[in-house]
Design a protein around this ligand. Sequence first.
Ligand code: MEV
Length: 313
Amino acid sequence: MSDRPIQSSAPGKAILFGEHAVVYGQPAIAVPVLEVAARAVIVPAPTGAGLSLVATDLEERLRLKDAPPWEPLAFAVRHALRHLGEPEPDATIVIRSSIPIAGGLGSGAAVSAAIVRALASFLGHSLSREEVSRLVFEVEKIHHGTPSGIDNTVIAFEQPVYFVGRESARPELLSVGAPFTLLIVDSGRPSPTKRLVSRVRGDWHRDPDGLGALFRQIGAVVREARGHIESGDAGALGLLMDENHRLLIELGVSSPTLDRLVQVAKAAGASGAKLSGAGGGGCIVALIETDGSDAIKALRKAGAARVIQTTVE
Ligand code: MEV
């Protein structure tokens, strides 16, 4: 056990293509968003103090021994300790995150990944990226109900991924033929992933053929997008983002606010734009091929809470 503080972090993520359909076995593409991050600092505490968690952004403080079994932060710690074969250490974990909560950028998965990594280093273990991903996946089930596994994967691997549900034992890391630039636009309206994912599940139970056809169309867009990303033909991605957004509208997971931000981004020069993540609120992602400053100004004027520019490479 370390006698000094240990810090770990994990980035945010954006789904570029294929959200929702990925829960039903279709592929999806996600990229890490390194401009935002969750950080966990673990500090030794006096003998017998046990483990406490302090989430400064949420003004939450809890002691592991008093936390209910399904409290996500405590679950992440207990699950990691079980995996490492370690007893509860005397320590305090302080968590901070610059990732918007319930904004579609993977804040829950990033917080879990930062906690798991900090705890492992503090106890003298090193975890592979696969192990971090698997541990975080278990916590994601509490956050999301039936997660596909894409969020924990892209956040643990910190690289663009082509993800095909549970079929892929290991994620396929995407090679990006030529860098391209995205604007991640936060609508400022939180939207819990669990609610949207369970709404789509309800619709799918009522109309498996209709939704199945929609998921397959989304899957076809993702496969085509993969080819363009690998060959460095980012110009062709814009139309595919527009098409993916249209299919997500048909799936009923967009909102007037997200549609408006998509339109504003396109009018300001983005070559494609779509909602990103579960929808309902949260973020859109736009592809820009020139300087993004006009688009950023227009999006802010249209009410975006935050615009993050990121390069995928
Ligand atoms: C959430 O980031 C993406 C969804 O496809 C859910 C999932 O894949 O677990 C909506």
